[in-house]
Design a protein around this ligand. Structure first.
Ligand code: 9MR
Length: 378
C-alpha cells in the first residue's frame, strides 16, 4: 500500500508541452551507453518510473479483432512489439486470449497455448498478470451460447471452467476480472444478454467468485466494467451489490474501471471520487483498459492540440488512481496504434494509445512517465 502521493500542476504542464519526439522505443536511451546526469535516468521506462508496489500494465494484443486483420499474431510475431512489452510494463492482461471463445472453444477442449505463453513471458520479465475474464455476456463460444443445457448442466459448466482456468494459473495471476460488464448503462443487471444471469439468476455471480477463490486463494478477484469512471447509476449499482456480497463474506476483493475514454467527451472528473468510494468499502481498485480515442482529421493524423488533450486525459486517469491508496494497478489497453481495437470498432476514430503504429512515443507516453516519476518522489 502506498500512503501519500501528489502530482504538481507545474510538472504536469511541462509534460504536456513536450513535442511528439521522433524517438522510437528501440532508441530508448535508458538501454546503455548514455550516462545521463538527469536524476530520472534510471526511471526512463514506465515500469521503472512507477512508485514501489504500483504496477503499470498493458493489454497483450492477440485474438479478438486481431484475427480479422492482415498481420500475423502480434505477440508471437512482432519483435519490436515484444521488446517494448517487456521493457515498459510490469503487468500484462491478455486482450482476448483468456476469454471463453478463445480458451474454451469446444465443450471438451481448452486452448491454453497463447495464455500459457503470455504467463510465461510475464514471469520471465518479472511482470504480474491480470486474468480477463470468467463471467461475461460477450465473446462466448457458440457451443455455449447456442447449446441446449439444463440449469444444472450450465452451473457445472461454469464451475468446471473457472476451476480449470483459474486453477491452471493458480499463484501466477495477480488479479482476475471474475465478472465483466454485468450491469448495463442504466445500472440494471444484464438479465437477458448475460447467459449465466439469465439462466441461473444473479446468485451465480457470488458462486463465480467463490469458485475462483477456491481455485486460487491468492488471486485478487475483481468486478470490471466500462462507464464506471464516475459516481453514477452504474457505480451506485456496483456499490450496493458489492456491499451485499461482502456482508455475506463472498470473496470479492476489487473493483476496476476500464476507462475507454474519448476526447469527444470531457474527462470524467468523478473518477477519483468513484475509486475512493470503493476503496473505502475495503476494496482494491484499478484502471484496467485505459485508452483515449479521438476523431481523426481527414489526413488520418492527429493534430498537436489533439495529442495534448489526449495526454491530459491519460495523465488525469493515472493521477486519479495514484491518489487513491488501494489503486495499485494501472493498465492501458494496448500501447501502440498498430494493434488498437479502436479504429476497427469506431469509424473515423483512432490514435487512442500512447505510441504511434511505428512505436513513436506520443505526448501521452511522456505525460504518464512524468506523473509516475513525480509520484515516486513523494
Ligand atoms: O480489445 C478487444 C478486441 O480485440 C475484441 O475484438 C473485442 C471484442 O469484444 O474486445 C476487446 O476488449 C474489450 C474487453 O475485453 C472488455 N472491455 C472492452 C474492451 C474493448 O472492446
Amino acid at each position: 500500500m502506498r500512503h501519500f502521493r501528489f502530482i504538481t500542476a507545474a510538472f504536469t504542464a511541462a509534460a504536456l508541452t513536450l513535442p511528439l519526439v521522433a524517438t522510437s522505443a528501440s532508441a530508448d536511451p535508458s538501454r546503455g551507453h548514455q550516462s545521463s546526469p538527469h536524476a530520472h535516468a534510471r526511471y526512463d521506462r514506465l515500469r521503472q518510473a512507477a512508485p514501489d508496489g504500483f504496477v503499470v500494465g498493458t493489454a497483450v494484443a492477440g485474438g479478438g479483432h486481431h484475427l480479422e486483420q492482415d498481420y500475423p499474431d502480434p505477440f508471437t510475431s512482432d519483435k519490436e512489439y515484444r521488446k517494448v512489452l517487456g521493457q515498459q510494463f510490469s503487468s500484462v492482461s491478455p486482450e482476448n486470449q483468456m476469454k471463453w471463445e478463445y480458451i474454451h472453444p469446444e465443450q471438451n477442449r481448452y486452448n491454453f497455448a497463447m495464455a500459457d505463453d503470455i504467463v510465461d513471458f510475464a514471469e520471465r520479465h518479472h511482470q504480474v498478470v491480470r486474468g480477463h475474464t470468467l463471467l461475461w455476456h460477450s465473446q462466448n463460444p457458440t457451443w455455449l451460447e447456442e447449446g441446449d443445457f439444463s440449469d444444472t448442466e450450465l452451473r457445472t459448466i461454469l464451475r468446471k471452467h473457472i476451476k480449470t482456468v483459474v486453477g491452471r494459473y493458480a499463484g501466477r495471476i495477480q488479479q482476475w476480472d471474475v465478472a465483466n460488464e454485468i450491469f448495463d448503462e442504466a445500472g440494471n443487471l444484464r438479465t437477458e444478454e448475460n447467459i449465466w444471469i439469465r439462466e441461473l439468476g444473479p446468485g451465480i455471480i457470488a458462486d463465480a467468485f467463490r469458485w475462483a477463490h477456491e481455485a486460487d486463494p491468492k488471486a485478487k478477484l475483481f468486478f470490471n466494467d466500462y462507464g464506471v469512471e464516475d459516481v453514477n447509476a452504474k457505480t451506485d449499482a456496483y456499490y450496493e451489490l458489492i456491499k451485499g456480497l461482502r456482508k455475506q463474506r463472498v470473496p470479492v476483493h476489487g473493483f476496476s474501471s476500464q476507462a475507454h475514454l474519448s476526447t469527444r467527451y470531457g474527462f470524467p472528473g468523478g473518477l477519483e471520487d468513484s475509486l475512493r468510494r470503493f476503496d473505502e468499502l475495503g476494496l482494491e481498485t484499478a484502471i484496467t483498459e485505459l485508452d483515449v480515442r479521438m476523431d481523426l482529421p481527414e489526413s488520418g493524423e492527429p493534430t498537436g492540440a489533439q495529442l495534448r488533450q489526449q495526454a491530459d486525459y491519460y495523465q488525469q486517469a493515472l493521477s486519479a488512481c495514484l491518489a487513491v491508496d488501494g489503486c495499485d494497478s494501472f493498465t492501458i489497453w494496448g500501447f501502440t496504434d498498430k494493434y488498437s481495437w479502436v479504429p476497427v470498432f469506431f469509424e473515423g476514430e483512432g490514435s487512442a494509445t500512447v505510441m504511434t503504429g511505428e512505436f513513436v512515443r506520443k505526448p501521452a507516453f511522456f505525460a504518464l512517465r512524468s506523473a509516475l516519476q513525480e509520484a515516486r518522489k513523494h
